[in-house]
Design a protein around this ligand. Structure first.
Ligand code: 2M8
Length: 448
């Protein structure tokens, strides 16, 4: 089943609201009903934007729950566990309970995810302002959002600072990830080389649920990939998730160009919110973080292809595997030539302009890439939430014509009302989880 090209936006909006309501656990929205029954860090940010289209106070609650789990180091953990639901690896595997940096009373993982939260906060403030200015009719949402932001800005500032210090121990400039899960693009080919170098000495017992929850196991990472994922968790756990120790011993340490581009724009968004609220103390610091992050993204651009690269810090070399992340300059800008060049490739016949695609949207890997797997997770499918992120960035750069096209194609793709986690790019079939929360959330933002 594929979606019609002109979806019924009222029906889409109603269905999206139903998905968010059904996945709402009270003070957090599960990332997906069965596959991901907890709060995920970057999911929560995208979800909060969609929630704001329904209720600004509920959107703020989502971010408040996440920030309540922030570690004293500044790290926002990638999962905040809800009680009593099954997911592997759960809190027992992470073993973060004795970690002093983790707030008591919450159960979390011990790694992070891309920092899209300040982007969400700024957008929620904008959505709230559309309902009325403070002190005027309808201005309650904005008043509440601004009060929340006054508390959230220093927390998000600490989060960004942690990423730009603890996660850049060599001063190379890119934010380093210690696990593919931190990138959000778990099994993307850009991590293959780093993962292949890992020798798993002791296989662990896998108690996976995910493979039983998708219609076809090939939509998910393999068991041997999971052995490496758990090996890294065991390493981090063995040193109590101490930032310095982890950076010394972990078998995966890669400067993530996509995460760094997100940090650049998120820090700028945070600075703008801080300025607006009179929190001058944070503004200069965030602008510095943004400038450093953007410079590192631009320094990663390969002269021959014009595409961005990750930096394998353990090997001391660029890793240039082409993927959606290669187009990180489209997120953070900073160099008009580099932007134009990446835009040409990404809209061209190798990528979003590929003649075989059901919708003209960028997949996670080019269909012409020998490693393209159209059904397998971050190795080929098209992800609605990534379309939203690129759309948001294009709008921010004033690249409205392309932004409009991608929004229209993205909405058409969601007209099947499945709210797929990802889609088969050639056929338009929804894959992974259905009723994925962030997919419903970005649909609501798009149609508002
Ligand atoms: C996926 O990742 C989780 C681990 O974090 C998993 O596979 O179990 C990724 O798509 C990630 O980006 C996303 O945040 C998460 C929840 O939607 O699922």
């Amino acid at each position: 089943t594929t979606a019609p090209l002109d979806p019924d936006l009222d029906a889409l909006g109603r269905a999206a609201r139903r998905v968010l309501a059904r996945n709402d656990l009270g003070t957090m929205v599960a990332a997906a009903p069965r596959l991901y029954p907890h709060q995920w860090s970057w999911d929560a940010a995208f979800i909060s934007v969609g929630l704001a289209r329904v209720s600004v106070p509920r959107a703020l609650t989502e971010l408040r729950s996440l920030l309540a789990a922030q570690w004293s180091t500044g790290m926002i953990p990638h999962i905040v566990f809800s009680p009593g639901t099954s997911y592997f690896p759960g809190p027992d595997v992470w073993g973060t309970d004795g970690v002093g940096a983790k707030p008591a009373g919450v159960q979390t993982s011990g790694i992070c995810q891309p920092p899209v939260h300040a982007i969400a906060l700024a957008r929620i403030l904008r959505i709230a302002a559309e309902q009325g200015e403070e002190g005027e009719e309808g201005g309650e949402a904005l008043a509440e959002a601004r009060a929340f932001a006054a508390d959230a800005v220093p927390r998000l500032a600490a989060w960004h600072r942690w990423l730009s210090t603890a996660r850049d121990p060599d001063g190379q400039g890119l934010v380093q990830v210690h696990h593919g899960w931190e990138s959000g693009m778990d099994n993307a080919p850009r991590w293959d080389a780093a993962y292949e170098a890992i020798r798993v000495r002791q296989e662990q017992q896998l108690r996976r649920h995910d493979t039983a929850l998708v219609s076809d196991v090939s939509e998910r990472p393999s068991d041997s990939e999971y052995q490496r994922y758990l090996h890294l968790v065991a390493q981090m756990r063995s040193v109590g998730y101490d930032d310095r120790r982890v950076a010394e011993i972990v078998d995966f340490r890669v400067g993530d160009v996509f995460m760094t581009a997100i940090l650049a724009v998120a820090a700028e968004e945070l600075a703008a919110v801080g300025r607006d609220l009179g929190l001058e103390k944070e503004v200069a610091d965030q602008m510095d973080i943004a400038a450093r992050a953007r410079a590192a993204v631009l320094a990663s651009v390969a002269p021959d292809s014009g595409l961005c690269r990750d930096w394998d810090a353990r090997v001391g070399a660029w890793t240039g595997a082409e993927s959606l992340a290669s187009f990180s300059v489209l997120l953070c800008g900073g160099d008009a030539d580099a932007y134009a060049r990446q835009r040409t490739v990404l809209t061209g016949p190798r990528w979003a302009g590929h003649p075989g695609l059901r919708y003209a949207l960028p997949p996670t890997l080019s269909p012409d890439d020998p490693g393209f797997q159209p059904r397998t997770y971050w190795r080929g499918p098209v992800w609605p939430v990534m379309n939203w992120l690129f759309w948001w960035a294009l709008e921010r750069h004033g690249d409205h014509a392309l932004a409009d096209r991608w929004r229209a194609q993205g909405l058409a793709q969601l007209g099947d009302l499945a709210f797929g986690e990802y889609y088969e790019p050639l056929t338009g079939e929804p894959l992974g989880s259905h009723e994925q929360s962030w997919t419903a959330a970005i649909a609501l933002d798009w149609i508002a």
